[in-house]
Design a protein around this ligand. Structure first.
Ligand SMILES: [Zn+2]
Length: 441
């Protein structure tokens, strides 16, 4: 039976639910005892939209209504730190011809040129956000293709969507361009930096474009990191999304951040080729990431789709960054959706639960004592400078997702389509949009 929160209730206990200890602050001094999979039986007092108490065990008999949650797992709304809302849901008109990275890049380029008007981008973003809201996502960072005329189209649309979605999903945007543009097209880069600053965005670029790192990459990074320092911008790169032995730009980025003593927040997405380096190389690069404060987000679903794809040949590797090794070395690691129904990834629906379930299987988050739920909650919250999100604690908004599961195994075995999403302690009514809505685009 689906769990319900009566709409008129403003003060109530979620009684005896399972909470993940790694992302919960319990009232009281002693760390509570956890189950084998890191869960604690506890109760949450919800009051005026906020979490007012987090007590271990059953809720006290204090006259406040109790909602019996003995068979439920509760998580904060998840945070998707790497998406492409501007590209999403073009699958019908622009499928990837062969499922490869280069097939994706070419197809997206053509689609962008032909169709990406403000109306088109806005309609697809809105569709994607409604899906994410339904699934229980609380914050999203999106990359925005920022080349030529598209800069003046996508950023204002994004800004409008951010206002419109305020209070439902918190939004953040990163500019995405080939890093060669920084040197080859300095005027456009200058305008782009002004746009990013105006919209409180994040500075980003793709750093591997099929060529080994050279002095030009270093010069471009010097310029980007320098601008980020002066303008107080955070950084977010697409890095080495390839199995090529030439895909070695991650170390060059870490070197640049160290050289400039960069103190903002920096993130590297993908980093696939790091998994294929020798142990010696990987350890050296990983050490530099930790020193530079360059964190890593893996995009496991997209990587499984694009990496190691050759017609007629079964893929031999999973395509993902070595998250266990990075995590051990003190690098903050995360996972996210990446693309949604576009040439870079044909599937997906901006469902953080799907991302975590797939990441568990692809990256072996299971049989591991590490608190991997942080990869979609507290860590992206910190990276996005939204520390009030992604954690169950007193004083935080009661932005929660309630699942029919008592253990992590029960949580991961089913798609959890009957989950209940709360915003400020109230159950939301947000049905999934119908695909037919996109037919006219
Ligand atoms: Zn991406």
């Amino acid at each position: 039976m689906q769990f319900e929160v009566p709409p008129r209730l403003v003060r109530y206990w979620l009684d005896g639910v399972s909470l993940p200890a790694a992302i919960t602050d319990f009232s009281g001094d002693d760390p509570p005892e956890t189950s084998r999979d890191g869960l604690v039986k506890a109760s949450l007092l919800i009051e005026a939209g906020k979490i007012a108490e987090v007590v271990v065990g059953a809720a006290p008999q204090d006259g406040v209504p109790h909602l019996p949650g003995g068979k439920r797992l509760v998580l904060p709304r998840l945070i998707d730190i790497h998406t492409h809302l501007d590209k999403g849901h073009v699958f019908r008109r622009a499928p990837n011809p062969d499922g490869t990275f280069f097939g994706a890049r070419e197809t997206v380029g053509r689609d962008r040129e032909a169709y990406w008007t403000a109306e088109d981008v806005q309609a697809r973003m809105d569709f994607a956000l409604r899906s994410a809201l339904h699934h229980g996502t609380g914050a999203i960072r999106t990359h925005l293709d920022s080349i030529g005329k598209q800069i003046g189209i996508s950023w204002p649309v994004f800004d409008e969507m951010r206002s419109e979605w305020h209070g439902r999903i918190a939004l953040q945007a990163v500019c995405l361009m080939p890093i060669v543009n920084v040197m080859d097209n300095p005027d456009e880069f200058e305008k782009l930096v002004a746009t990013v600053s105006r919209y409180q965005g994040i500075l980003g670029a793709v750093t591997f474009l099929g060529e080994a790192p050279d002095a030009k990459l270093e010069a471009a990074l010097d310029k980007m990191v320098g601008v980020a320092k002066t303008d107080g911008l955070d950084l977010d790169f697409h890095v080495d999304e390839s199995n090529s032995p030439d895909a070695r730009s991650l170390e060059v980025i870490a070197d640049a951040l160290i050289r400039h003593k960069f103190k903002g927040k920096a993130l590297a997405g993908h980093c696939c080729s790091l998994a294929l380096m020798s142990d010696e190389d990987r350890k050296r690069v990983t050490g530099k990431l930790a020193e530079a404060g360059l964190n890593v987000v893996s995009l496991p679903m997209c990587n499984m789709y694009l990496q190691d794809r050759q017609a007629g040949i079964t893929p031999r590797w999973r395509g993902v960054a070595p998250l266990h090794e990075l995590d051990s070395a003190g690098v903050s690691t995360m996972v996210a959706s990446d693309n949604t129904r576009d040439p870079f990834y044909a599937y997906g629906d901006l469902d953080g639960v799907e991302v975590f379930r797939e990441a568990t299987r692809i990256l072996h988050f299971d049989h591991s004592a590490r608190p991997w739920l942080e990869t979609l909650t507290t860590r992206p919250a910190a990276q996005m400078r939204m520390p009030e999100k992604g954690r169950i604690k007193v004083g935080a908004a009661a932005d929660l997702v309630i699942f029919s599961a008592r253990t992590m195994n029960e949580f991961l075995c089913r798609p959890q389509t009957d989950r209940l999403v709360l915003i400020n302690g109230k159950a939301i009514d947000a049905p999934l949009p119908e695909y037919a809505e996109l037919d006219g685009l």
